[in-house]
Write a protein of this length. Structure first.
Length: 511
């Protein structure tokens, strides 16, 4: 029986009703100025606020003139002080929680502060907005007639000797641990299973607990969830996930692009019963959610503890670039995102680029990263990761690389996803390409915690494949694209297979 959903629906629709006030640029401006005023009032009681004299700032115009745009390396020392127990650094009081995500050239991982206010106002506020928008788009929803299957990470991390009470791990682990105990009756798996760090042990428990539940909605990263759903089908002998969960109606997904996985989900579900809602919930904050399941763009959430600015992509790295607030962006334009948030991040670059799809209401799509990357499976592999791993593998095998590039190979019915590396040698490796590939894979895990997590136990991501290409392949490709010359640059990483497929066409090698 669908008794609960109609009862709670009026309460859960409040974020949707509130969003009507921010459907125009004027509404966005009013909400965003209120958010910034509140954040500055809190920031005045911090050492960062003292550094930039927040006490004398009044309004956005003064704020953007005084406070620089920063990346993680600019605040790493501040965050390390906070993790060590120092109060009032980026946010008032002690911050006890940190989301670990893949790092920058200064370290394997980043540790993003998660304040109590940031959790309550922003991360959970975004979740409430996602539910509200979905219920508004689907009046006949039976969302609360069953359970939510939330696929999360763990508190495994790279830090040693953390102070008492300080917790570091995946954002999802923090969110799951802080869910009120009474809410356990509405979700699966158990908290204990959700927070397990060993995926070889965790996967069978996820399957066992979820297979027996009446699941109406699922939430997580598409690549991870696909692995779990396929294992549930294998274990139960079902051909379609709706044979296991007849009431399943929606997948709240995020973290990576859903496009490469859409057909695979259609193949294991009843498309007539399924809805898909994209969310933009990063370690740094919950920024946007698809507010209409018929529109493939996300509504920017302008009233839940985050102030947004937008800068030109080629201005990344400047301390005081020309910036636009959310109420001045232009539809059709692509910008690098800058945030100020209740997690103690002040004019911070998360590293994403977004395209403005509309301004009434303000909707965005994620365009990519501010530098080359692969994030097809949630691994967030950056160029510096690739360069460091290549250098280590060359040192270990005596190899010399003339050129390389890498891209994803998406999962199929018969195989998991993986990375494909195209390498042109100056000096081939001792032991051959397979020996080099094994070392390269190991080194990537060493320098990138997200890649390491996805490779754990060969559950979500297979070992990379290495394909040697003939001498001159990259030059032939560059010449064909008009880029061969003194300033030639081969893209090191690409988030789709298109680049590696194209370059292989100039190699004479079978793809």
């Amino acid at each position: 029986m669908n008794v609960i959903t109609p009862l709670v629906r009026p309460f859960l629709l409040r974020p949707w009703r509130a969003s009507q006030a921010t459907a125009t640029p004027a509404g966005v401006e009013a909400a965003q100025r209120r958010v910034l005023d509140h954040l500055l009032s809190r920031g005045r009681r911090t050492s960062y606020g003292d550094r930039y004299d927040f006490g004398s700032l009044t309004g956005y115009e003064a704020f953007c003139r005084r406070v620089p745009v920063v990346q993680y390396e600019d605040i790493r020392a501040d965050v390390e002080q906070m993790i060590g127990g120092a109060p009032d650094i980026l946010w008032p009081g002690r911050t006890m929680r940190y989301a670990q995500s893949s790092g920058t050239s200064g370290g394997k991982s980043k540790y993003i502060p998660i304040t109590s206010e940031g959790l309550r106002t922003n991360h959970y506020g975004g979740t409430r907005a996602a539910v509200a928008f979905y219920l508004n788009s689907n009046p006949a929803s039976r969302l609360f007639s069953g359970r939510s299957f939330i696929l999360g990470g763990s508190f495994a991390n790279e830090l040693k000797d953390l102070p008492d009470g300080v917790k570091v791990g995946d954002l999802s682990a923090h969110l799951i641990e802080r869910i009120p105990r009474f809410a356990e009756i509405f979700r699966v798996p158990s908290r204990r299973t959700s927070l397990m760090s060993d995926w070889n042990a965790k996967l069978p428990r996820l399957v066992a607990e979820a297979s027996k539940a009446n699941v109406t909605n699922i939430s997580g990263v598409p690549s991870w969830f696909l692995t779990v759903l396929k294992e549930i089908l294998r274990t139960t002998g079902a051909d379609n996930i709706h044979d296991v969960w007849p009431g399943l109606e929606v997948f709240f997904h995020g973290g990576i692009a859903f496009g490469p996985y859409r057909e695979q989900y259609r193949a294991i579900t009843d498309p007539s019963r399924m809805h898909y809602v994209e969310t933009y919930n990063a370690s740094e904050g919950f920024f946007a959610v698809q507010d209409d399941t018929e529109v493939r763009a996300m509504r920017l959430l302008v009233d839940i503890g985050v102030f947004y600015e937008f800068i030109a992509v080629d201005a990344v790295g400047e301390s005081f670039p020309e910036a636009l607030p959310a109420w001045k962006v232009e539809p059709g334009s692509t910008y690098a995102l800058v945030i100020t948030s209740a997690n103690g991040l002040w004019r911070y670059l998360p590293g994403d680029t977004v395209r403005i799809e509309s301004v009434e209401p303000l909707r965005i799509t994620i365009a990519g990263r501010t530098s080359a990357f692969i994030n097809a499976f949630g691994e967030e592999l950056m160029v510096w990761n690739a360069d460091a791993a290549i250098a280590a593998a060359c040192a270990a095998t005596g190899a010399a690389v003339a050129n390389y590039t890498a891209g994803p190979v998406y999962a199929t019915e018969a195989s998991r996803g993986r990375h494909r590396w195209l390498i042109e040698w100056n000096t081939p490796p001792r032991g051959g390409n397979e020996a080099f590939a094994a070392i390269l894979d190991r080194e990537l895990q060493r320098v990138n915690s997200d890649y390491q997590a996805k490779r754990s136990g060969d559950i979500f991501l297979d070992r990379l494949e290495l394909q040697e290409v003939a001498a001159g392949t990259f030059d032939r490709w560059l010449a064909a694209t008009g880029r061969l010359g003194g300033q030639r640059k081969v893209p090191r990483l690409s988030n789709t297979p298109a680049l590696t497929d194209a370059i292989l066409g100039f190699s004479g090698a079978d793809s």
